[in-house]
Design a protein around this ligand. Structure first.
Ligand code: FAD
Length: 411
C-alpha cells in the first residue's frame, strides 16, 4: 500500500504538505513569533525556568487565540485540527521553544473527565482547565507505591456525603502551585488490590492538606510530598464508579506516555547542538564538528529522532480517527526520554570543563554577576542532572519495557 501523507513526511521537509497545510504552518509560525514573549524565549534559550505566572500567561495567550487545547474535542473547546495540523503546531511550538501546557490539567485529568466524568463535573472543571484558571497536580505515587502503583494505601472512607481521606502522595510535580490534585485512593481493602482503587479529585486548599517540597539534583524544588490528614472530600468529587479508578488511571497513563516523547523539543536541541559544535567563535571554542566520534554520535541521534517522529506520527494518525493511544505509547516514552538524555550528554561533552563549576544563582531571574563559562555551557550540567528524571517518571523505562514485552510482543 502506498504511504499516506503522514507516513511519507520527512523530518524538516515540508514537501508533502498540501497548500492549505503550508498556509496553516505559516499562520502558526507568524503567530508564535509575534505572540510568544521575547523575554520568555530568552529564558528558554538560557535554560532558565519560566515561572508559574509566565507559564499561565503563555497558556492564556493560546487560549485567547483558541489554540489552548489542540487535542481536545471541539465540543469542549478543542481546535478541530487534523492530525497533520496538530503535528505542525507541536513542531512549531517546539522549534521556537514555547512550552507545552503543564500537562496535569490539560492532558491528564481532562481526558479522564471527558471519558468518565459526570456532566456536572465536566461543566465544573473543564472550562477552567481550558482557560488555565486552575492549576492541577497528579497524585498517583506514594512512598511505597511507584512502579507497583496498585499497592497504594492512601485511604478514602465514605462518611455520609463525603469521603475522609488519610495518607500521603509523593513526587508530585509542581504540587506547590496546585489548586487541585487528582488522586488514586484506596476505597476497598477486601478485594484484589487493583479492584479497590478509586479516582478522586481533591481541593488542595481543604483543611488537613499539607505539603513538603523535595529538591531535585539541580537544586530546584520541582516535586513534593503531600500529606492528607482526615481531609473531608465531597463524594461528588469521585470520578465514575467507586473502585473503578484503576481502569481510568491506565487510560490517563497512556496519554501521559504519548505526551512525553518530546520530538519537537528534541529537534530544537539538535539544532542547538549542531550550532554550538560547528561554531568556533561562540566561546565554547571546541569546534567539535571536526571530531569524527562526536559527529557520529550526533548523526546517530538525528537518525533516532527521525525514527521516533515516524512512530509518533503513527500514534497521532490513530488518535485522529478516535483511537486511544495503546501500549505502543510505551515505545514513545522509552525512546523519547533516552534520546533526550543522550542529547544532554552531548551538550555536556561540548561544554567540557565549563559545565563543572556549579553556581545555582546564575540560573535565577535577574542574576547580575558573571556566569560560569560561555552561553549555555554551565546550564548543560543542570539540564543533564534534571533530566535524569525522564527515564523514571510516567512509569520508569524498565516498567515500560515490561509493558511492551507483555502487551505488544505478547511474551
Ligand atoms: C521528577 C519526578 C516527577 C514525578 N512526578 C510525579 C507526579 O507528578 N505524580 C505522581 O504521582 N508521580 C510522580 N513521579 C513518580 C514516578 O512515577 C515514580 O517515581 C516512578 O513510577 C517509579 O517509582 P518509584 O520512584 O517508587 O521507584 P520504584 O518503583 O521503587 O523502582 C525503583 C527501581 O526499580 C525498578 N523496578 C521496579 N519494579 C520493577 C520491575 N517489575 N521490573 C523491572 N524493574 C523494576 C524501577 O525501574 C526503578 O529503576 C515523579 C517522579 C520523578 C522522579
Amino acid at each position: 500500500m502506498a504511504p499516506g501523507p503522514l507516513e511519507s513526511r520527512r523530518i524538516d521537509v515540508n514537501a508533502d504538505f498540501t497548500a492549505e497545510e503550508l498556509a496553516f504552518e505559516s499562520e502558526v509560525r507568524e503567530f508564535l513569533s509575534a505572540e510568544f514573549p521575547g523575554e520568555y524565549r530568552d529564558k528558554v534559550d538560557a535554560n532558565i525556568r519560566l515561572s508559574k505566572d509566565e507559564l499561565v500567561n503563555w497558556q492564556k495567550i493560546l487560549y485567547r487565540k483558541g489554540w489552548a487545547a489542540p487535542n481536545w474535542p471541539q465540543e469542549y473547546g478543542g481546535t478541530g485540527w487534523s492530525a497533520t495540523q496538530k503535528y505542525i503546531f507541536a513542531t512549531e511550538m517546539g522549534l521556537i521553544g514555547a512550552p507545552e501546557p503543564v500537562p496535569f490539567g490539560m492532558k491528564m485529568v481532562a481526558p479522564v473527565l471527558m471519558a468518565y466524568g459526570s456532566d456536572e463535573q465536566k461543566r465544573r472543571f473543564l472550562p477552567d482547565i481550558l482557560e488555565s484558571n486552575v492549576w492541577w497536580c497528579q497524585g498517583y505515587s506514594e512512598p511505597n507505591a511507584g512502579s507497583d502503583l496498585a499497592s497504594l494505601k492512601m485511604s478514602a472512607v465514605r462518611d455520609g456525603d463525603d469521603y475522609i481521606v488519610n495518607g500521603s502522595k509523593t513526587w508530585n510535580t509542581y504540587g506547590q502551585y496546585a489548586d487541585w490534585i487528582f488522586c488514586l485512593v484506596r476505597t476497598d481493602n477486601s478485594v484484589k488490590k487493583q479492584e479497590g482503587i478509586s479516582f478522586l479529585l481533591i481541593d488542595m486548599h481543604s483543611a488537613g492538606v499539607s505539603l513538603k517540597s523535595i529538591y531535585l539534583l539541580d537544586g530546584h524544588p520541582e516535586v513534593n510530598e503531600i500529606f492528607f490528614d482526615d481531609v473531608r472530600v465531597p463524594a461528588n468529587n469521585l470520578i465514575g464508579e467507586e473502585n473503578k479508578g484503576w481502569t481510568y488511571a491506565k487510560v490517563l497513563l497512556t496519554h501521559e506516555r504519548t505526551n512525553i516523547s518530546g520530538v519537537p523539543r528534541g529537534k530544537r536541541r539538535l539544532r542547538a547542538l549542531k550550532r554550538i559544535a560547528s561554531d568556533t567563535d561562540d566561546g565554547f571554542g571546541s569546534n567539535m564538528m571536526e571530531n569524527s566520534t562526536f559527529k557520529n554520535k550526533l548523526a546517530e541521534t538525528e537518525i533516532e529522532l527521525q525514527a521516533l517522529e515516524y512512530v509518533e506520527l503513527r500514534t497521532l494518525a490513530a488518535l485522529s480517527v478516535g483511537k486511544a493511544p495503546g501500549p505502543e505509547s510505551s515505545i514513545l516514552k522509552i525512546v523519547g526520554t533516552e534520546l533526550a538524555q543522550k542529547m544532554d550528554e552531548l551538550f555536556v561533552e561540548l561544554a567540557a570543563y565549563n559545565c563543572l563549576p556549579f553556581l545555582p544563582e546564575q540560573f535565577e531571574e535577574g542574576f547580575q554577576g558573571n556566569p560560569v563559562g560561555p552561553g549555555t555551557a554551565a546550564s548543560s550540567a543542570l539540564v543533564y542532572f534534571n533530566n535524569r528524571k525522564l527515564s523514571i517518571f510516567g512509569g520508569s523505562n524498565e516498567i515500560q519495557r515490561n509493558i511492551i514485552s507483555k502487551a505488544v510482543l505478547g511474551l
